[in-house]
Design a protein around this ligand. Structure first.
Ligand SMILES: Cc1cc2nc3c(=O)[nH]c(=O)nc-3n(C[C@H](O)[C@H](O)[C@H](O)COP(=O)(O)OP(=O)(O)OC[C@H]3O[C@@H](n4cnc5c(N)ncnc54)[C@H](O)[C@@H]3O)c2cc1C
Length: 497
């Protein structure tokens, strides 16, 4: 039986939000995770245990419960409102939705899959992507049917996603973020028999003599070890953007943060890896290209010139993040330079004061000639001079033959002084790497076979994004869809179907 003190829904309703801030502020989660896994003070029996109540976990719970399984959903916080699901920007990328149909937009899961694979540079797993695109419309419609409103958006600049497919949640005509996702999902979970165990941190998978997963040890709100026996376990703890040590290991920790879900500390990935789960794409993540120190605005201006450490232009400066993220990752040391002259500075409203402030912080280089600027930033003079000359010629011709930047953004670097600012990736909001799964969301072990009884979905698993993020709404849409697949398959295994 469930621990009445911490697990029942009655406990949650009163304490959810107030406790969350306090817990995060006091580092309660981290402290809880450090406690030793002693002998269990209590043991529970379930068919399916799901670790992490976010986008994937809540959908997995709904699906497994609907299939007839007895389900436990473990969540380390005392709320689902600290999940990436709740903290996200509020986009779900979905095809053939009611919202699209009402707007007269024709779209199909098949076209969605092709676009997804293209933007991932064909590094995503097409079977996993197909499982997502097939369910994406249904999932988006589920929220619409519950009263969530969406605005449709399209990534237009590079024509990377020609079809408006990103559905952004709305309240009173304004973007509403991810809260409507999390609130509707937990409300639906509460209408089922799923037992939600808040303040319960999944710690260690349990296996039988043959290596099949048969449960998990967790830590409850009192720091005591509790044991969940189960016929199947789903890991959906949200990847590792909040785990500084893991980010350091993959060279992604030292950049500036745009925010991440605090509970996403890689627990699921590490638990799976302990059983030999294969990990992949661990060094790829949603790291936006930024100007160091935010000295010239939040995002790099598209009417500048970007070159790498070798002095070569490497990206259309106007591009969407789907292009600039992989581009910056592919440069030597994952670094670039943003170059501009006095006229471009003026066009962007970067005043003498702004530039002087950036110079005084050591975050901007200034020189009277392009050659001197190259020397100052340790870039090959001939290569950078050639890049600037080629770019200026394209500006004069009004056509960017290299990267297709629109003519109105082509401003030459001709009026000294000249400047260079450091471009680098942000710290990840979302990590792409994790456990390798198959299209049934079974976790693949070191023998390249599924680990019996173990499933994963959401950002703990890899294969959905591959090496590039296929557009706002993929993490949520893909996590939810794969969560459904995991819930269904885990329930079928548990119920012997
Ligand atoms: C600022 C920001 C904006 C974003 N915007 C978008 C967007 O607009 N669209 C989009 O598609 N994606 C967006 N994302 C990414 C998206 O949030 C994630 O891809 C998605 O939430 C992943 O779902 P998940 O189920 O894997 O993880 P989550 O939704 O994060 O859920 C994981 C849950 O597991 C819990 N947990 C962790 N460890 C344990 C443990 N050991 N035991 C128990 N529970 C545990 C966590 O507390 C959390 O509640 C954004 C992310 C951020 C940070």
């Amino acid at each position: 039986m469930a621990d009445k003190g911490t697990s029942r829904r009655g406990f949650l309703k009163g304490s959810v939000i107030a406790g969350a801030g306090a817990l995060a502020a006091q580092g309660g989660v981290a402290a809880a995770q450090d406690a030793a896994a002693d002998a269990p003070v209590e043991t529970f029996d379930f068919d399916v245990v799901i670790v992490g109540a976010g986008a994937a976990g809540m959908w997995a719970a709904l699906e497994a419960s609907a299939a007839g399984a007895k389900v436990a959903l473990l969540e380390k916080h005392n709320t689902v409102l600290l999940s990436g699901c709740a903290l996200c920007g509020g986009a779900i990328l979905a095809s053939n939705t009611k919202v699209q149909q009402e707007a007269g937009i024709e779209d199909t899961p098949e076209q969605h899959l092709i676009d997804h694979m293209r933007i991932s540079r064909m590094t995503a797993n097409p079977e996993i992507v197909a499982a997502y695109t097939k369910l994406s419309g249904e999932i988006c419609d589920w929220f619409s049917d519950r009263g969530v409103e969406f605005r449709l958006a399209q990534f237009a600049l590079n024509h990377e996603l020609p079809t408006p497919r990103a559905h952004w949640t709305q309240i009173d005509g304004a973007d509403a973020g991810g809260k409507p996702f999390a609130e509707n999902l937990i409300a639906a979970v509460e209408e089922t028999d799923v037992e939600v165990f808040y303040l319960t941190v999944g710690k260690k998978l349990l296996t039988d003599d043959e290596g099949a997963v048969v449960g998990i040890l967790a830590e409850n709100a009192d720091g005591a070890t509790v044991q969940f026996n189960a016929k199947a376990v789903i890991l959906s703890t949200g990847g590792f953007p909040a785990n500084h040590a893991m980010l350091t290991q993959y060279n992604m920790a030292h950049f500036e943060s745009l925010g991440y879900a605090p509970g996403a500390t890689g627990d699921g990935i590490n638990m799976g890896a302990d059983l030999g789960a294969i990990l992949d794409d661990m060094d790829r993540a949603g790291c936006f290209q930024l100007i160091r120190g935010g000295i010239l605005g939040a995002w790099p201006a598209g009417n500048t010139l970007m070159v790498n450490m070798n002095g070569k232009r490497y990206v259309g400066e106007h591009s969407e993040y789907m292009t600039t993220i992989p581009a910056i990752h592919e440069q030597p040391d994952r670094l670039g330079w943003l170059l501009f002259d006095s006229a471009i500075a003026e066009a962007n409203g970067w005043t003498e004061e702004v530039l002087a402030d950036a110079l005084s912080k050591g975050l901007l280089a200034k020189a009277d000639t392009v050659a001197d600027l190259a020397k100052w930033i340790f870039v090959d003079v001939d290569a950078m001079t050639a890049a600037v000359e080629a770019y200026n010629a394209m500006c004069e011709a009004g056509e960017d033959t290299a990267f297709g930047k629109p003519a109105e953004m082509l401003l030459p670097l001709a009026t000294g002084p000249f400047y260079a600012a450091r471009l680098w990736p942000s710290r990840p909001m979302t990590t792409y790497g994790g456990m390798v799964i198959n299209a049934d969301t079974q976790v693949i072990g070191s023998d390249r076979k599924p680990i019996a009884g173990l499933y994963s979905a959401g950002d703990d698993a890899c294969g959905l994004f591959g090496k590039n993020y296929p557009g706002s709404g993929t993490g949520i849409g893909g996590g939810m869809a794969l969560g459904r697949v995991a819930g269904k398959n885990a329930a079928a295994l548990a119920l012997g179907e």
